[in-house]
Design a protein around this ligand. Structure first.
Ligand code: K7E
Ligand code: CUA
Ligand code: CA
Length: 672
């Protein structure tokens, strides 16, 4: 039991905190309860006959393996009625050629990209590069991708590292609309947008005035205009506080450091406004009515060491009144910092004491919370306690009452604060009133009923809010369920991102794979269905029904202003030392069989793939010039480089396209 042992061995800060947990909190005995439950499960299993054991095992995840020899989608022939109940997991193992029913969008962590999975199979279908160069597609190599990523005046990429954490998609009427998905880069405080028609990143914005941009969430409708029932803003929370502006002053005066909450326009991707705050921003959530955004704060202390950051008993969930902030910006009640022109309004505690005019409100939550998640019934935000074994349920109607002056104490919006287990990090929902919270230290997911927790908190000690627990392997962080973040939460699949895989896979040296597990949540009990290794370091993800998306598999020539629309346009044109080479590709040939440039030329190659059938991608690599990229059907891409070495260079197609793929080449002749 590595998972459990780890908890015992773990040094401070967790060890310290664990001794302190549970004080003055609503408690439901869970330790004794879990251990008793485990013992009785073992006994029960030991006493079963073979047939019923198989049924039990099927429920515990062996069903999929059996399904490989039987017809997938059908219950194993040996299964009796109870095991044959239609579990979502019956189809985890896809027949060859069978398509998944859900898309999963996964943050790639410090790979800096986004992973696209098919679910329930867990097969990785694609990686969408955003913040870091990608060798397969030539992201960071082509001029088009470099422009999106951002370059220095010398044309080189501004950044080549990234750290993606959170990913969320655009909304309409409270559900996904399949337009966009956003992802953050914590290292350089950038937000990337991915177009879901082509599954490519089309814009990246670097946030001014902040460091450690972590939480991200799109709004779900406009707070004022009822006609705008779709996403127009994306909120971004910055974790680290810094001197403002961060230009070398106040270096050693942490009490002057501040953090900000930013609003980015969903269409233009420009930063609309920022809010100066006390404390930091961890994760972010938005309400379904568009009126409220919030961020959890683990560092209200404004500490610069972890000891400082956990000194207070309670931190906060910080609410933003979106409409009032935008009124304040309109009324000119803002400042700007440094070179940034973005209006910054004051959301600090001191400036927002009067609820009726407040832009922000700080709800207190137990120390060092982590995730904050909006329930699909649109009523609550749930804060996971991390260092506290609790989840805090905040009723949004009451937060609005406080802003309207109808409720005296903001903390009265807390309708439950219940113990769920050790190390709660993130919460997902099934659309049936249940929440699923990862317990990092317990290596479990706990299923609990939100309304029952509210009753328990109100004094009904008979209200059993913990419904089920399941062991996961190991130390889970993010969790999400199919459509969990929408009003269409369907309660089918729950995925868990486990931070440690330990002994689950063949050893491959010191760096372990992470472990992603899939759980069936369609029944009363959670059932572990499958797992797969993931290259580090996945964080957040969302799971979307496949019908939400209609990706295009062939571009249109018009998508690219520089397209070479006809092979006849191919050729070399010179403007001083600048040379442009226009070319097309049609399997198995490039339109130019060779092209000549001179040593020292700045060469731009524009390549349009005129093959217009699906799945016919070509590559273009130039030896010794650090060039390789692909062009998908009817895509145009360009590269610019200095031809600094005389000689012959065979440019060749790197992407298998045709029986004569190896023959698909052209000669770049660089004259001395
Ligand atoms: Cu990994 Cu969402 Cu950055 Cu929690 S955060 S685990
Ligand atoms: Cu074109 Cu391979
Ligand atoms: Ca703290």
């Amino acid at each position: 039991m590595w998972g459990k042992g780890w908890r015992v061995n773990i040094p401070s800060p967790f060890g310290l905190v664990l001794k302190a947990v549970g004080r003055s909190l609503d408690r439901q005995p869970h330790y004794a309860e879990i251990h008793m439950k485990k013992a009785s499960t073992t006994e029960a299993t030991a006493g079963l006959g073979r047939r019923s054991f198989i049924n039990t095992a099927a429920l515990a995840g062996i069903a999929g393996v059996m399904g490989c020899t039987e017809k997938p989608g059908a219950a194993p022939a040996t299964a009796a009625a109870p095991a044959a109940a239609p579990h979502a997991g019956d189809s985890v193992h896809m027949k060859p050629g069978e398509l998944d029913t859900y898309y999963g969008f996964w943050s790639g962590g410090h790979n800096g990209d986004m992973r696209v999975l098919g679910l329930p199979s867990g097969r990785e279908l694609h990686r969408i590069p955003c913040f870091v160069p990608d060798a397969l597609v030539g992201w960071g190599v082509t001029n088009e991708s470099k422009k999106i990523m951002g370059t220095n005046p010398d044309g080189r990429l501004k950044y080549t590292v990234g750290d993606t954490h959170h990913t969320h998609a655009s909304y309409k009427d409270g559900n996904y609309d399949g337009r966009y998905i956003w992802i953050n880069d914590k290292i350089n405080s950038r937000i990337a947008r991915i177009r879901l028609d082509h599954f490519v990143c089309d814009k990246i914005t670097e946030l001014p005035n902040v460091q450690g941009f972590h939480g991200i969430f799109p709004d779900k409708r406009d707070p004022v205009d009822p006609a705008i029932n779709y996403t127009t803003r994306v909120f971004c929370g910055a974790e680290f506080h810094i001197p403002l502006p961060n230009d070398g002053h106040d270096l050693d005066q942490p009490e002057k450091y501040r953090s900000m909450f930013s609003c980015v326009d969903a269409e233009t991707m420009e930063v609309r406004w920022q809010v100066l705050i006390d404390g930091n921003c961890d994760l972010t959530a938005t309400s379904y009515d568009g009126k409220l955004a919030a961020t959890n704060q683990y560092n209200v202390e404004g500490g610069v060491t972890y000891e400082d950051m956990m000194s207070a008993e309670r931190d906060a969930c910080l609410f933003f009144h979106v409409a009032r902030i935008e009124e304040a910006v309109k009324a000119g009640k803002f400042k700007t910092y440094g070179n940034s022109k973005v209006p910054v309004v004051d959301g600090t505690r001191d400036a927002n004491k009067d609820a009726k005019t407040a832009l922000t409100g700080y709800v207190s939550v137990p120390k060092n919370p982590h995730g904050v998640n909006a329930s699909p019934d649109q009523k609550y935000f749930i804060c996971a306690g991390k260092l506290s074994p609790t989840c805090t349920v905040i009723e949004l109607a009451k937060v609005l009452d406080w802003f309207d002056g109808k409720q005296e104490k903001l903390d009265d919006a807390i309708v439950a604060e219940v113990e769920v287990g050790l190390g709660p990090l993130h919460t997902a929902f099934d659309g049936r009133g249940n929440a699923y919270t990862t317990l990092f230290l317990d290596s479990q997911v706990v299923k609990w009923n939100v309304e029952a927790a509210i009753k328990f908190h109100a004094g009904d000690k008979n209200a059993k809010y913990v419904v089920d627990r399941i062991d996961v392997h190991y130390q889970p962080g993010h969790v999400n369920a199919s459509h969990s973040e929408t009003i269409a939460a369907d309660g089918k699949y729950l995925s868990v991102g486990c931070k440690f895989s330990k002994d689950r896979y063949l050893p491959v040296g010191p760096l372990h794979a992470e472990n992603e597990q899939l759980i069936d949540i369609s029944g009363d009990k959670m059932v572990l269905l499958a797992e797969h290794p993931a290259r580090g370091e996945p964080h957040d993800f969302i799971i979307m029904k496949r019908e939400m998306l209609r990706p295009k598999q062939v571009y249109a020539l018009e998508d690219f202003p520089n397209a070479v629309k006809d092979p006849k346009e191919s050729g070399v044109t010179r403007n001083g030392k600048k040379v442009t080479v226009k070319m097309t590709s049609q399997a198995p040939a490039f339109s130019l069989r060779d092209f000549k440039v001179k040593k020292g030329d700045e060469v731009t190659i524009i390549l349009t793939n005129l093959d217009k059938i699906e799945d016919l991608t070509h590559g273009f690599a130039i030896p010794k010039h650090n060039v390789n990229f692909i062009v998908n059907p009817l895509e145009t891409a360009s590269v610019t480089f200095i031809a600094d070495k005389p000689g012959v260079y065979w440019c060749y197609c790197t992407h298998f396209c045709h029986a004569l793929h190896l023959e698909m080449r052209t000669r770049m002749i660089v004259e001395a």
